[in-house]
Design a protein around this ligand. Structure first.
Ligand code: 6CS
Length: 380
């Protein structure tokens, strides 16, 4: 009996020691995720680790699942890299129980098709540009107003992250259409490209501008005397090359990555607005998530705001350098001065009022609230 008790005691001590070690290691893997994991895609340090490397402890808390996360861009571009990073983080946090498939543009149709797929629950998550649902969610068109948001990208990101008008009120509007915007973020300031060199509103006279499917974009360019044509970006290079459209707007990284500068002579740094992207979830799917899973999604979306800001910044810098260095496709870079911007602002401002007072289906309170929030961030 005595011998048995001793054996039992030794076994108990071993179990206790092992449990202590496991708890200590588990604590490390949760808190120590800020270091030492490098993502191959971007070459940047992340706080996630590679896919499926989460702790077994975490795996026990989560049911196995697989989500599809569609983006409007291709590998290497900001949206796709966002989804890949998000996937790594979710895998890490759930101990590999939940797998997220990051899908690049083209795998599931056009940008409009992708938005519809999310609304129908065909995919669970999407990076979506408000421009492609402007006909359905009128209030989302607020992002296409010119000279409404700050030009400083840090201030833009601050508004997008903290605005109640966007994260509560506008979110509710999208949710009526089964789209839950979990966050809004900037992919950088928009720049115009054309063959004429746009320096004043009158330079737009007679130009046919490519836009996304948002009715308000017509008004914005009509104010400068241009016509517009809605087109998916997959068709844009050819359209610019054949001159069926004369101009387009995008952040610099995308102009370079999609090679639009090859078929356009000039890029105008106009700071007229920003390329805003939304991390969206199908509303019914998101609302049906277990609380612990929802908490992981929300936490990851919040963390990703800083990550994506740095990602777009370095991609935009690299894009500008690449355009400047491309001697085979020489591109004139025009940076608007303060007087030129003032001229554009004067032409654009009546569209703000038109949007607030005339556009059917928009909520003027969201406009007013957002305008106040922007003024506060800008210290006005
Ligand atoms: O212009 C567009 O439609 C595309 N531009 C960017 C920056 N991302 C994807 C989007 O669809």
């Amino acid at each position: 009996m005595v011998i048995l008790n001793k054996k039992y005691l030794i076994m108990l001590l071993s179990i206790l020691t092992l449990s202590f070690l496991l708890v200590a290691c588990g604590g490390d893997s949760e808190e120590g995720t800020d270091e030492g994991n490098t993502e191959e895609d971007t070459g940047e340090e992340t706080d996630t680790g590679s896919e499926g490397e989460g702790s077994e402890e975490a795996a026990g808390e989560f049911e196995e699942d697989e989500w599809q996360f569609v983006t409007e861009e291709t590998q290497g571009e900001v949206q796709y890299e966002y989804a890949a990073e998000f996937a790594n983080r979710i895998s890490e946090k759930t101990g590999g129980a939940i797998t997220v498939d990051a899908l690049e543009y083209g795998s599931l149709g056009s940008s409009v098709d992708q938005a519809q797929l999310l609304q129908q629950g065909g995919v669970q998550l999407a990076v979506m540009s408000p421009g492609f649902t402007g006909g359905q969610v009128s209030d989302g068109q607020i992002f296409s107003l010119h000279y409404f948001f700050p030009s400083d990208q840090e201030q833009v990101q601050e508004v997008l992250t903290n605005s109640e008008a966007l994260n509560q009120d506008l979110r509710a509007k999208y949710e009526e259409h089964s789209i839950s915007p979990l966050s809004y973020w900037t992919e950088g300031a928009m720049a115009w490209t054309s063959n004429v060199g746009i320096e004043s509103p009158s330079d737009w006279e007679g130009l046919n501008m490519r836009v996304q499917e948002s009715p308000l974009m017509r008004e914005s360019y009509d104010a400068y005397g241009a016509t517009v044509q809605a087109l998916d970006w997959g068709e844009l290079y050819t359209a610019l090359d054949r001159e069926t459209v004369d101009a387009q707007e995008n952040p610099i990284f995308f102009i370079e990555s999609a090679s639009f500068h090859e078929v356009q002579d000039t890029v105008t740094i106009s700071n007229h607005n920003n390329y805003v992207a939304m991390t969206t979830a199908n509303t019914e799917w998101y609302n049906g998530l277990d609380e612990n899973v929802k908490a992981v999604v929300d936490e990851t979306v919040t963390e990703m705001q800083d990550w994506v800001f740095d990602e777009q910044k370095s991609q935009n810098q690299a894009g500008l350098e690449a355009i400047e260095a491309d001697t085979e496709n020489e591109t004139e870079i025009i940076e608007l001065n303060e007087d030129q911007i003032a001229e554009f602002r004067e032409a654009a401002e009546p569209v703000h009022q038109y949007y607030r007072d005339e556009v059917e289906g928009i909520d003027p309170e969201i406009f007013d609230k957002l305008q106040e929030e922007i003024a506060e961030v800008m210290g006005e």
